[in-house]
Design a protein around this ligand. Sequence first.
Ligand code: MRU
Length: 343
Amino acid sequence: MKAFATLALRFQGEHVELLDQTRIPAEECWLCIETVEQMFEAIRSLRVRGAPLIGVAAAIFLARYFESGASVMDLKIAAERLRSARPTAVNLMYCIDHLIACIKKDPSGESFVAAAEQLLDEDIQLCETIGRVGAEKIADGDGILHHCNTGGLATAGRGTALGVIQTAFEQGKGIHVYVDETRPLLQGGRLTAWELKKLGIPYTIICDNMAAGLMREGKIQKAIVGADRIAMNGDFANKTGTYSVAVSCQYHGIPFYTAAPVTTLDFNCESGGDIPIEQRKPEEVRGAAGSFGEVIWSPEDALVYNPAFDVTPADLVSGWILDKGFFNQIMVREGQLKNLKQE
Ligand code: MRU
C-alpha cells in the first residue's frame, strides 16, 4: 500500500496509524494498529471517529491486514467484526461491503489494496467538492453554528460541514464559527476547536444549550452540520443534539444545512425511523472522561439515556450539501436522492 498521511490516519510503510482522538487537544498521540481487535476497539471507543473516516480507516486497515498475509477467509471474518463496531454511520458498512464485493469479483484479493486506496482518495475528493458546493451558501459576515466535529478529524480530507466553513474562509468571507461543545463526548469543544485554531478560523465555543439564545440575539445566520446516515426521504441521523439545533433554527428562521458525501446516503433506508441508533454507556453522561482524567458528578447508579445520535426530519432541513450538488426540499421530496445510487 502506498504511504500517505491525513490529519488523523496514516501509513508510513509498516503499520496503519491513528491519531488518538480521545486525547486531543491535550496530546497528539499516534497509535499503531496491528490487530483486528485493536482496530475494533479504536472505532468503538472513538479513537478514530466521524462517519467517513471510520469507513476509510477500516478499509485501509483491512488492506494492510491482507498485505501482511491474511487469507481471504481471515479478511471476511475481520470485515464482519469491524462492520459491527458502530451501528449508525453507514459509511462503515459502505466501505466494508465495497471491499467484500471486490473479493467476490476477484477471489485472489489482488485488487483489494487498490480498492481501499481508492476509497481513501475518493473521500478526499468528495470533501473538496462538498466544500465548494456548500461555500456558495455562506455569506460574508455570517455567524455559523456547527455541531460535533466534521473536519479533517472526521474524514480523510478537509471535512464535510467544516470543509464548507474552511472553503468559505479561504474564499475570503469574514465568518465566525459558534462551536457547540457537543456533550457528552465534547467533539466540538475538543476537536472542532482544535481544528479551527489550527486553520486560523475565528470561533467561539458555546455549551449546546446556549445555541437557541444566540439565535435570538442575532449572532447566528446559518447552521451547518454533518450526517452519519441520510435516508431516501432526506431524514438524517447525526450527533445527538442535532435535532435541537434544527428545531431552534426553524423557530428563528435560520437556514439549517447538512453536508455529506454520497457514501453517507443509505439507499435501503426509506426514512429516519429505519436508522439504527447507537446507545452508549451511562458513564459518558454521569460525568466526563478524557485526557484530563475521569470525573463523575452524578449518583453512581443514576439512570442514564445516552443515544449517540438523533434523527432530524427532512422538513427541518433547508438544504442537503452533497458532492453531487445542492439539494433543496423540493428536490428531496421528489425523491431525487434515490437517483444518486452508484453502480
Ligand atoms: O460519534 P462521532 O464523533 O463519530 O459522531 C460524528 C458525527 O456525528 C459527525 O457529525 C458525522 O459523523 C459527520 S463527520 C463528517
